[in-house]
Ligand binder design. Sequence first.
Ligand SMILES: [Ca+2]
Ligand SMILES: [Ca+2]
Ligand SMILES: [Ca+2]
Length: 276
Amino acid sequence: MRIHQLLTLAALLLFAPTVWAFDTITFKDPTGDDKGPGTYTYPSHAVYEAGTFDIKEVEIEDKGDSVQFKVTVKQRIKDPWDSKSWTPPGQGFSLQFVQIYIDRDHKVGSGHTKTLPGINILFAPDEAWDKVVLISPQAVSRLKMETKMKAKEFAKDVVIPKKVRVSGKTFTVTVPKKDLGEPTRDWGFQVVMQSNEGYPDAADLLTRDVNEIEGEHRFGGGSDWDCDPHAIDILAGKATGDSSEKAAQYDALKYTCAGSDMSKAKLAVVPMIYKK
Ligand SMILES: [Ca+2]
Ligand SMILES: [Ca+2]
Ligand SMILES: [Ca+2]
């Protein structure tokens, strides 16, 4: 290439308009807030080690034909229930179940305001989710079957990655863009940390209950009715990891129960996080 061609190329690169490519988006979350609306406690069995459900960081990266999601928690990811021995075999971890809700258009009437069964939270009408990516230790076939049985109205928008990679404290999944759409920096995200429950309540999609009093395999500090958010940790505020985001989370997860009268209960409405 001749020098003038080089200079032309350099000028082109310099003055090329800024494209809002998606590239990578990173959300951070403070530690010590793995207690839902501020009151939740872990199940009492020893496998639920401190920090297991504490989100620290979520990174979303454009990989060309696919999008990669990385979720990092405070405690090293373990497989105390030997998921590879399940029928069908699981993904190499046991305890967590992460749901990544995505709003692609920020428009009233587009998407779902209700979450998947067993989470008990809502999104605002203009932040309704359009896709949800599941990070679960369950086999893809079981996730598909449970979704079909229990979440039929959402099934076409539930994205189940083929494989979950586990390394240290980080989960990584990759999802083809054909299942998700072409990401832009206008997209909103919310990440809900739950626990994988292989023997869930009849209507719940593989989620662990939150009760008033914790049990060996039940979270505590909530309600025995389905009015409390079954979310142990979420993103909040600007998702920079600032400690003020703890209070923002507890506030977002506020709820009202009215005993068995679910018509009087007020589910928590959680925010999507938009990061331009
Ligand atoms: Ca956290
Ligand atoms: Ca939407
Ligand atoms: Ca949080």
